[in-house]
Design a protein around this ligand. Structure first.
Ligand code: UDP
Length: 476
């Protein structure tokens, strides 16, 4: 079967950090002429349908870019009533409703496509919807999983849930674990989903994902070979993971974005790009904690105070409560905006890819979400790593100790972030004795990311092989 005859169904939870890498993979497939349907739950509909996307279930804005016709969105009900609070009910949603009712609704969606003569050649499921693997099997559709976190996390979870690694008691923070292809990891470097303090539902979903791997033909990773070479190799005799990324916005890799903005939940304040163009090269500190995490009241005060003391130029994303997932950001100190208006901007949401590649940003204070991590790698921008939860502590460890492109910002013994700690980190990354070395490493990773994605690069070859295999299977 030729690529343009293939139709891939992608399935993801409705989170910005999950949908972004799925759509960047969609962009790679669309570039080869493959038709992609992105299915997620109804809660994302109102966020996405207010934007410029094409959808068979209501197309409010016809696409300006004809390539977007190769992408369509579908929404299925997750099983909870529309007015129920999904944050409060996350455990039952993930463990009970989605695997039963959500799976049934996804199955109906596939059947409806079938009735219209539009069968799927392959399903690509996000690693947080393991139940979708069974839906694929029930319909006889070959299934791939997109692992949207670091390959390091894949290896950690795999070894933990298969009972393979020598994991110590995770109750004791002073313990550490040595796993093939990874640096020595202290308990605090492990994903919070493994820790006893983490809510059980996330741990269970990841366990279900690992146990579903036997039914999966391909595991694709949002990473690139050189970045995680040792850990990728360490999985090759188990269930190999094939890095197909970095799945970052294509403009960071000098490529065409055929579906630009299609999965964005929020409008970005693009005026900050104009402002960045007036700033000196590498002079601005960019601060963002992704789509879910926020700084607490006291952390916001510490960062704001450090920005005032150091007089650093900054671009700071402070989300409004209604933009996130119910977590409240700390309030900026009284008069802060006025006092810093000559050298700083605060926005609700920005085009992070364009910010990072603006040339004006010299450092990224990040929560180390995997998308932000890959984006700063692809842009060659050093970081101040301030992880919050899930895979972020492990990503912070990678950024600082393995990729060598940043410093870790830590809370004190009292559990609070101090102004002095923020100042120390700003100094270390911008002027300290290691600042040049960090920048050099960041630029080397940027070049490696570009090389992996270029024609004939490691990720380009994985993409070509993957498409070749789907074509071959659908010929039979
Ligand atoms: N992002 C953005 N504008 C912002 C903040 C974040 O476009 O102002 C994007 C960022 O580029 C990344 C995603 O939101 O692709 C956040 O994903 P990540 O995995 O870093 O964190 P999460 O939101 O999942 O915690």
């Amino acid at each position: 079967m030729e690529a343009h005859e293939l139709h891939v169904l992608m399935v993801s939870l409705p989170y910005q950090g999950h949908i972004n890498p799925m759509l960047r993979l969609a962009n790679l497939l669309i570039t080869s002429g493959i038709h992609v349907t992105m299915a997620t739950t109804e809660v994302a509909r109102h966020r996405l349908s207010s934007r410029n996307i094409t959808s068979t279930t209501g197309n409010p804005n016809p696409p300006e870019n004809p390539n977007q016709e190769l992408l369509e969105f579908e929404f299925f009900a997750d099983g909870l009533n529309a007015d129920e609070d999904r944050d409060k009910n996350l455990g039952v949603l993930l463990e009970e409703y989605l695997p039963t009712k959500g799976a049934g609704n996804l199955s109906d969606l596939i059947s409806d496509f079938g009735k219209k003569g539009r069968g799927f050649s392959c399903m690509i499921v996000n690693c947080f919807v393991p139940w979708a693997v069974d839906v694929a099997a029930a319909h006889g559709i070959p299934c791939a999983m997109l692992w949207v976190q670091a390959c390091a996390l894949y290896a950690i979870y795999y070894r933990y849930h298969k009972g393979m690694g020598e994991f110590p008691s995770l109750d004791d923070a002073s313990n550490s674990v040595e796993l093939p292809g990874l640096p020595l990891l202290k308990v605090q470097d492990l994903p919070t989903f493994l820790l006893p303090s983490g809510p059980p539902h996330f741990k269970n979903v990841v366990a279900a994902c690992i146990h579903s791997l036997d039914k999966i033909r391909w595991v694709l990773g949002s990473s690139f070979h050189k970045l995680e070479e040792d850990v990728v190799k360490s999985m090759s005799h188990l269930k190999p993971i094939h890095p197909i990324g970095p799945l970052v916005p294509p403009i960071l890799l000098g490529k065409l974005d055929r579906i630009s903005g299609a999965g964005d939940f929020w409008d970005s304040e693009d005026s900050c790009i104009e402002w960045l163009s007036t700033q000196r090269p590498s002079s601005v500190l960019y601060i963002s904690l992704g789509s879910i995490s926020v700084l607490s009241e006291s952390e916001t005060k510490a960062v704001a105070a450090a920005l005032e003391t150091t007089k650093a130029a900054f671009l700071w994303v402070v989300k409004k409560r209604e933009d996130g997932w119910g977590r409240r950001s700390g309030e900026l100190p009284e008069g802060f905006l006025e006092r810093t208006k000559d050298r700083g901007r605060v926005v609700r949401w920005c085009p992070q890819d364009r910010v990072l590649m603006s040339g004006a940003v010299g450092c990224f204070l990040t929560h180390c979400g995997w998308n932000s991590t890959l984006e700063t790698v692809a842009a060659g921008v050093p970081v101040i790593a301030f992880p919050d939860w899930t895979d972020q502590p492990t990503n912070a460890k990678l950024l600082v100790d393995v990729f060598g492109m940043g410093v870790r910002m830590r809370r004190g013994m009292d559990g609070r972030l101090s102004e002095e700690e923020v100042e120390r980190c700003i100094f270390e990354v911008t002027e300290g004795p290691m600042a040049m070395a960090m920048k050099k490493k960041a630029v080397e990773w940027k070049e490696a990311a570009m090389k992996a994605s270029a024609c004939g690069g490691s990720s380009d070859l994985v993409t070509a092989n993957f498409i070749g295999e789907i074509s071959a299977i659908n010929k039979i």
